[in-house]
Design a protein around this ligand. Sequence first.
Ligand code: PLP
Length: 394
Amino acid sequence: MLVNEMVQLGAKRSGIRELFEYGLRNKAEIGAENVFDFSIGNPSVPAPEAVQDAYKEIAARKDTVKVHGYTSATGAMSVREAIAKNLNERFGCGARAQNLFFTCGAAPALMSTMKAMCVADAEYIVLAPYFPEYPTFIHAVGGKIVVVPANTTDFDLHVEDIEPYYTEHTQAIIINSPNNPSGVVYKKEALEALAAQLRRMSGKFGHPIYLIADEPYRELVFDGLETPFIPNIYENTVVCYSWSKSLSLPGERIGYVFVPDACADSVDLFNAVAGSARALGHICAPTTSQYIVEKCCGLMPDIAAYDENRKTLYKGLTEMGYTCVYPHGAFYMLLKAPFGTALEFSERAKDFNILVPPCEPFGCPGYLRLSTCVSHEMILKSLPAFKALIEAGL
Ligand code: PLP
């Protein structure tokens, strides 16, 4: 006997994955250069050369037991110290090594954090559009997802939209900025308003409401903007971070949970994160990856290619009559379906060899997500196809 729900979950492919695999078949048939694949969010900018150098240096270390061995479950102390120092230099946030729990990327960081807080009847507020794995994660830890619909005027953070969704069971709100899929970066003022609201609601319901900041795109911001460091704005913030996007290391599975001292019950919360990770089978984050980020945490990503891509695509598409949300961060752009439903548009786009997933799984019907972490050449070549598509209609 097997758990049917897990069988279904494992057998079900995400729409994005299906489109990506359709693209692989399509590329084999008509040539990769003729398929305009905007489906998947795999960084196209290579990891910085310094990462390769760090790999070589670590691989050449004499103490191979240390290089390939387990670290403590929380992460190697030297690595935690290096990241705490880096966070303090950048954000002046009083981080200590003891506040950092290393994970196999942002996804397990989120799972461990959600599970740590999941008391009976726990509710998690998420803002649409949201990362499509949130519902799975929240359900898996035994919580209830509460979705605030997207504010389609600008896809930004409007605290008045969230107000009606708090209840006595609200344990946390999950914020993802820079946002996947909208590319919106929440501004300091909006986050301050959210902090004030969370303090008021915590007082009203008599327990702290945590903010889980899901931040794998923290450094991917354009137009001279900065991503505000949320623990400096709201004390009960837990940060889930990874180097998957910033250093283009998604396959190396390395990230962390940061539980600041200022967080309510911070020591217990940290232990609960560690305990939850343990209950989910965590032993330690990959050791070599830990040493890589110890050496490379000071590096900033080269965002020039993503910047150029988003500008070219936004200009090209809006000039043709498409409506897009101008992205200030991450490497995605939202496109409003110009005809039909998003699913119908996505299907029709395939006739023009354009692969663009609908945003229903992101809780945002009527929109599609374009990944701009692709080659610039592909973007340029795709523009005539987009023109033909909008002219053809359904
Ligand atoms: N959160 C968001 C918003 C993401 O877009 C992703 C990956 O695409 C993740 C979390 C998971 O990141 P990781 O690969 O580091 O687990």
